[in-house]
Write a protein that binds this ligand. Structure first.
Ligand code: SF4
Length: 273
């Protein structure tokens, strides 16, 4: 029986360096050796590493983890017969709450979208958060009609599910916006999909990776965030980890522990060493 308590800790998990899009603003991919980031071409977490990070998090008492899974494009992950849905089900099966960021391309195929969302709902008891990037940089919506095929398919599939299964899925659209007022998704589009429970949020383009070539379009992030609540103050007891990249946990870009040693890291942090 899954523990359905809300997560108390979040870990970023970088699954692979691979994408089927070539966005002009991409922070990490298609920038040669990605000098801004440790993620390098050819990188892919193995199934064994995925099993080990789940076990690592489960070895920490009194914490429920949430994973934020990124790439590249995580739906492109595969190993033998295993695909990305197997990763999500393994994470949820380990009592960890999965969240992932996608460009949505996997859901353009209705049958594929149906199989993916149904399989998750049939085989898991823990909710799944899908963040889909839809904006002018990803160029994956019809600007004339104010519709996205990805979202049409997701809405159709979720509408066909029994309520208790549908409730396991949350879908949030992230739009990267620039100075250009036309970079925002149309309000009517947000209202249309919002009526089906899909939520939307804008995020300013950041001057990292390839986006550095678009400085004339760069919005003022400070201005953008000024009316938002401040981030929570640093919790002295918080763990010094942020992301897992292959064999290492990273915090603020520095390697802080090897995969398999999360417990040791936490013991050191708790002792204030
Ligand atoms: S979809 Fe994301 S990872 Fe892929 S090229 Fe675009 S910004 Fe980069």
């Amino acid at each position: 029986m899954a523990n359905l308590s809300p997560p108390t800790k979040t870990l970023g998990v970088t699954l692979l360096h691979k994408c089927n899009f070539h966005c002009a603003h991409c922070g990490y991919l298609y920038v040669d050796e990605s000098e801004d980031h440790d993620l390098k071409p050819g990188y892919r977490m193995t199934w064994d590493q995925i099993q080990r990070v789940i076990a690592d998090c489960n070895s920490i008492e009194n914490e429920i983890f949430s994973f934020v899974i990124n790439g590249g494009e995580p739906t492109l992950w595969e190993e033998g017969d295993l695909t990305f849905i197997d990763v999500l089900l393994a994470v949820a099966g380990g009592n960890i709450h999965p969240t992932y960021n996608t460009n949505g391309s996997y859901f353009v195929d209705y049958a594929q979208c149906h199989e993916f969302l149904h399989r998750y709902a049939e085989e898991s008891e823990i909710s799944l958060m899908t963040f889909v990037s839809i904006d002018k940089f990803h160029d994956n919506y019809d600007r004339e009609k104010g519709r996205a095929e990805i979202l049409d398919n997701v809405v159709r599939v979720l509408d066909e599910m029994p309520v208790e299964k549908r409730d396991l899925h949350r879908v949030h659209v992230v739009s990267i916006v620039s100075k250009d007022p036309n970079s925002f998704l149309p309000s009517e589009m947000k209202e249309h999909y919002g009526a089906s429970g899909i939520t939307f949020g804008d995020f300013p383009m950041q001057p990292i990776g390839r986006a550095k070539e678009l400085m004339d379009e760069m919005p003022d992030s400070e201005e953008f965030f000024k009316n938002m609540p401040p981030p929570p103050k640093n919790d002295k007891l918080s763990y010094p980890i942020g992301t897992l990249l292959g064999e290492y946990y990273l915090h603020k870009g520095k390697k802080v522990a090897k995969l398999g040693n999360l417990n040791d890291l936490i013991a050191i942090a708790a002792a204030g060493v």
